[in-house]
Design a protein around this ligand. Structure first.
Ligand code: MTE
Ligand code: HPA
Ligand code: MOS
Length: 772
């Protein structure tokens, strides 16, 4: 029995979040002499820069500095993976909204006014704005990733049934409540202290050092918490941190750069929108025999993380199904739009949504319940269990999860009730869908799967912990504190969680890929075990038992029928000159992937889930509501079921937002026209399913040797929302009286209405039906 881990303990900052006293970067007391920064953004999608005139901006009273890429003393390239991403536009602008110049002034209004006084002259160049055009012109950011097993084309040709089609999946703005923000403060000897809202302090440190032309030891980055990251601060916090640091270096004064919402939406990357093309061959039961899938992502002007995101999309295009003869190809398209980036699921949702859609199409073609077709294709436990990248799935619990959700959601009965309802209701239709989730855990870039921690015990018995993971609301800090408290056998309130800092733990990975607790929890556990071992050596002679027999629990150190308070043992260790500081390290074992051959074991394990969502659609307007959702999500032995429940609920609702209501719209000049909540709608509390039933699979140990046998939970539940989108498709099919429904995402009310109309027209035209 554990006493701290596996318990539903609330977020360490929960009370402060609610009271509004948790400090974010913009809430920190402002340092003496602080300047405020603003950006001048490109107003062309693709153009040569002929000249930049800063004189009018500099002449404005209160302006302390104005810089362009020419003023970067070090290397201006801040690309995370593939070179070619200057911190400020260099010679050309490659999207509408790209930062061209930056201003620092004594107050924010002056800085923003000055930014508008920067005069830039351009010579327009042809711009590629769409995925189709990029594919036609072979405008790619990196070589495609192809997975291939057997002979997909041959299997499709021989199959009794075939379908082919195209699908579009939209992008998504992160809409973190706290936008991108950094404060740079020059310190002695050319050092720079950065406080930054970032998922990746070490990379901000590296890139600030790079643009300043300084070694990494001269830059320190601190992040206590973010007001949400969702992937948007994995790489893209760095640019704004670097600009703040450049202005601080130039002026010798502290500089704060905080984007406003419109700027943040215009100039930062989003979830990649995808174009999907498929050919599939299947048998009478709907079992896939051959599958050829093309996934093309809109990468935007620069590579950023697009390569890894397309890879993850390709890895998840099997969804939860065995694909015998298969070819999957993923393209990262270069377009003159903002550079898209990590967003919860990291391409996984797009890959999975594509194949869930295809499964739905197969079922409708055969006039079967999509559930049957899902079950017919589901990965087996002992056979049909090898992925298209040749990783064997060893821990498949989906068959059981399906059994459980079919019972708990009362699926069969409700399916019948809905069919009866639809038969009697001409203009309001209901839909229902069940979809599974299988999400691979680990960074697919293998070397990133490492973490470090620093645990300090003070001689009064209190403990301070630090690790490379960052807190963005997901509850990582409390989870790691629970692990350390459990390991040392002390109460959680004995542990002080400190801000993530690059001078405490070096060379860390981004908090991403849902792996924050897996990696940092293990690193902290290793440090705590090390310290516990030292304390046991101190306690052994006092208790008169061998060190191995000593138990740490309930703030006591006991053995041989005797017990000493933990604090006393810590004090004795200090007197005995035993070090009470330990660093811990962890690297995930057993993972590897070879991109050239498309083979390997990129994932340490998988996290699973299933969801059943019901929707009701008004066929006159296309408006809809989600009437009920039943979610079942696998957390292994959850480190903290309260936090994990929040992650499952939040992930699902954010996924529903992506697939149903959040619509990004660019005009024909490449301008984003949806850059504020007035035109871009994210889900609110009112959009929750009316009857929302969320259950964790908790207490089913992860067969992989993770920290306390827990499973990562940050991203996987996002994809449970695919059931909501397909419930809408189900309702549309009922409305149109045909199985031929095309439904791109986001399925906004407008798109739902158009889909109903289009399907009705098709149903009346039998020739088009035969052609399908
Ligand atoms: N939850 C909250 N509240 N805020 C966030 O920004 N980010 C998500 C997820 N859950 C996020 C969140 C993303 S994209 C990831 S990768 C994980 O949290 C990262 O944290 P973890 O690895 O500690 O789960
Ligand atoms: N997930 C999230 N972030 C990443 C990954 C990944 O697989 N690889 C590199 N950055
Ligand atoms: Mo999450 S998209 O891996 O930051």
């Amino acid at each position: 029995m554990t006493s701290v881990v596996h318990k539903p303990i609330r977020h360490d900052s929960a009370a402060k979040h609610v009271a509004g006293t948790a400090r974010y970067i913009d809430d920190l007391p402002e340092p003496e002499g602080l300047l405020h920064a603003a950006l001048c953004l490109s107003d062309r999608a693709h153009a040569k820069i002929l000249s930049i005139d800063l004189s009018a901006a500099l002449a404005l009273p209160g302006v302390a500095a104005a810089i362009t890429v020419q003023d970067v003393p070090g290397d201006p390239d801040i690309a995370p993976v593939i070179k070619g991403e200057p911190v400020l536009a260099k010679g050309v602008v490659e999207f509408h909204g790209q930062p061209v110049a930056a201003i620092a002034a004594t107050d924010l209004a002056t800085a923003r006014r000055a930014a508008r006084l920067v005069r830039v002259t351009y010579e327009d160049l042809p711009a590629i704005l769409s995925i189709e055009e990029a594919l036609d012109k072979q405008s790619l950011l990196m070589p495609p990733l192809g997975l291939k097993r057997g002979d997909a084309a041959g299997a499709i040709a021989r199959a009794p049934h075939k379908l082919s089609g195209e699908l579009r999946l939209g992008g998504q703005d992160h809409f973190y409540l706290e936008g991108q923000v950094s404060i740079a403060e020059p310190r002695e000897d050319g050092d720079m202290m950065m406080r930054c809202s970032t998922q990746h302090p070490s990379e901000v440190q590296k890139l600030v050092a790079r643009v300043l032309g300084r070694p990494m030891h001269a830059v320190t980055v601190e992040c206590r918490r973010m007001g949400g990251g969702f992937g948007g601060k994995e790489t893209q916090a760095a640019q704004f941190a670097c600009i703040a640091a450049l202005l601080a270096l130039r002026t010798g004064r502290p500089v704060k750069l905080r984007l406003d919402r419109d700027e943040d939406m215009i100039t930062t990357g989003k979830r990649h929108d995808f174009l999907v093309r498929y050919d599939v061959g299947f048998d009478d039961a709907g079992r896939i025999l051959g599958y050829d899938l093309m996934l093309a992502a809109r990468g935007g002007w620069a590579a950023d993380l697009t390569g890894a995101i397309v890879d993850r999309a390709v890895f998840h295009a099997d969804s939860s199904y065995y694909l015998p003869d298969v070819t999957i190809t993923g393209y990262g398209c270069k377009t003159n739009t903002v550079s898209n980036t990590a967003f919860r699921g990291f391409g996984g949702p797009q890959g999975m949504a594509a194949t869930e859609y295809v499964i739905d199409e197969i079922a409708r073609h055969l006039d079967r319940d999509p559930l049957e077709v899902r079950l017919a294709n589901l990965y087996g436990r002992d056979d049909r269990n090898v992925t298209p990248y040749f990783q064997t799935i060893r821990d498949n619990i989906l068959p059981e999860l399906f059994d459980e959700i079919l019972a708990s959601s009362d699926y069969k009965k409700r399916r019948q009730e809905i069919d009866t309802f639809n038969a009697q209701s001409p203009h309001v239709k209901k839909g229902l869908a069940i979809t599974p989730v299988k999400f691979g855990i680990s960074f697919t870039t293998t070397f990133l799967n490492q973490a470090g921690a620093l645990v300090l015990i003070y001689e009064d018995g209190s403990v301070q912990i630090n690790h490379g993971g960052t807190e963005m609301g997901q509850g990582l800090y409390v989870k790691v504190a629970q692990v350390v408290a459990e390991t040392l056998g002390v109460a959680l309130d004995k542990i002080r969680i400190t801000a993530t800092r690059t001078d405490k733990v070096p060379n860390t990975s981004a908090t991403a890929a849902s792996s924050g607790a897996d990696l940092n929890g293990k690193a902290a556990e290793h440090a705590a075990l090390d310290l516990r071992g030292r304390l046991a050596q101190v306690a052994a002679p006092l208790l008169g038992v061998p060190a191995e027999q000593i138990v740490f629990r309930d703030d006591m150190v006991s053995g041989g029928g005797k017990a000493l308070p933990f604090a006393e043992v810590a004090h004795k260790a200090w007197l005995a000159r035993v070090s009470l500081a330990a660093s811990g390290f962890y690297a995930t074992p057993d993972i590897h992937f070879d991109r050239a051959s498309g083979r390997g074991n990129p994932f340490y394990y998988f996290a699973y889930g299933v969801a059943a969502t019901e929707a009701i659609v008004d066929c006159f307007t296309g408006e809809y509501r989600f009437t009920r959702a039943d979610l079942l999500h696998d957390c292994g032995n959850s480190l903290n079921p309260a936090i994990d429940l929040g992650q499952v609920e939040g992930g699902y609702v954010q996924g529903l937002g992506w697939l149903t209501m959040e619509e990004l719209w660019w005009d024909d000049r490449g301008r984003l026209r949806t850059h504020a909540p007035s035109t871009y709608k994210i889900p609110t509390a009112r959009d929750l399913p009316a009857d929302f039933r969320v259950k964790l699979v908790h207490g089913r140990a992860n067969p992989a040797q993770t920290v306390y046998r827990s499973k990562a939970v940050g991203e996987p539940p996002f994809m449970l929302a695919i059931s909501g989108w397909l419930a809408l498709k189900d309702a549309i099919a009922a409305a149109a009286g045909t199985s031929l429904v095309h439904l791109d995402a986001p399925a906004t009310p407008e798109r739902v209405l158009l889909a109903i109309e289009a399907a009705k027209r098709q149903a009346k035209a039998p020739t088009t039906m035969a052609a399908k």
